[in-house]
Design a protein around this ligand. Structure first.
Ligand code: SAH
Length: 298
């Protein structure tokens, strides 16, 4: 059957298609190689060496066991072929010298694969979003990474972070201006001029999002008094026609399935805002393609 289906296909198309299929089948290898490089702090190693490092340099800095050097070489080969590192032939030996692509620069200094603080820096750069606020609560703010960035750029804002007790107990924020509060966003949110929800709502069903937003509404003053909810999330479909971005959106949405979450498009967002009783004149500011800041008002 398969042979008959493929009978008309040219050898060139067969090769391209087989490569495509093999790349899909082994797609997880890219994720594993990336995790390995981040765990070994290879982006930092290359950065510290002025943006260029040979395999020997990386071996010296990561102190990996000599028996594992050929394995590391394969990891570097995968990641330099798939757009994470660059590789150029060294002048003398011809051996590859690895450098950082822009994608990789997001990872310098981060031990996890969710480099969202640089994203926040981009937002702060563009935004009048936080200006004029006297207090802000980052709901589900984890260990306070986003609140730190905001508190240092806007020292006059009283920044609070609300998260579950087991998360707050692990927080070690260095900025004395941040107040950590243990709690449950479904129960109560401390009063503030603005509530920040960064990568929270995509974890929850529409029904739970409405509940969270209703709690947010109770925590903020009226619109005329400056009350607002700032949502940092993906808005799907805002970069239509770009196949790379589209692929990223559908893959993230598929990933969210594993935690019963969802990445939403504008109509799905709108419905949640209106069901939670917010005004329809929300503002969407696309920051980077689908990654957006949405401001909603009571
Ligand atoms: N805002 C952060 C973290 C997002 S992960 C960021 O953008 O990186 C989701 C966060 O929501 C986690 O820190 C989790 O502990 C918190 N969370 C989950 N359920 C919660 C609840 N009921 N009340 C408060 N925080 C909650």
């Amino acid at each position: 059957m398969t042979l008959r289906l493929l009978a008309e296909v040219s050898p060139q198309d067969l090769l391209v298609s087989l490569s495509e299929l093999q790349t899909h089948v082994h797609g997880y290898i890219k994720s594993m190689a990336l995790k390995c490089a981040v765990d070994l702090s290879i982006p930092e190693t290359i950065h510290r060496r002025g943006g260029a490092a040979t395999l020997a340099d990386i071996v010296a800095d990561t102190k990996i066991h000599p028996a594992k050097v050929p394995d590391l070489q394969r990891v570097m080969e995968v990641l330099s072929t798939t757009g994470i590192f660059t590789a150029t032939a060294g002048k003398d030996s011809g051996d590859p010298v690895y450098g950082l692509t822009t994608a990789c620069r997001f990872l310098v200094g981060y031990r996890n694969l969710s480099p969202m603080v640089p994203f926040l820096v981009v937002i702060m750069d563009k935004g009048r979003i936080f200006r004029g606020l006297s207090s802000l609560v980052d709901v589900g703010g984890g260990h306070g990474a986003a609140a730190q960035v905001i508190a240092s750029a806007f020292p006059r804002i009283k920044c609070m972070v609300l998260d579950l007790p087991h998360v707050v107990s692990q927080a070690t924020a260095s900025d004395g201006n941040i107040h950590f509060i243990e709690g449950d966003m479904f129960e109560s949110i401390p009063p503030a001029d603005a509530v920040l929800l960064k990568n929270i709502l995509h974890d929850w069903s529409d029904e739970n999002c409405v509940k969270i937003l209703q709690r947010c509404k109770q925590a903020i003053p009226s619109r005329t008094a400056g009350g607002k909810v700032i949502i940092i999330e993906m808005v799907r479909g805002s970069s239509q026609g770009d196949s790379k971005i589209n692929e990223m959106e559908v893959i993230r949405n598929m990933f969210m399935l594993s935690i019963n979450g969802v990445e939403r498009d504008i109509n799905e967002w709108k419905k949640i805002f209106s069901d939670a009783g917010f005004s329809d004149d929300y503002k969407i500011m696309p920051v980077l393609g689908p990654f957006s800041v949405i401001e909603i008002y009571p």
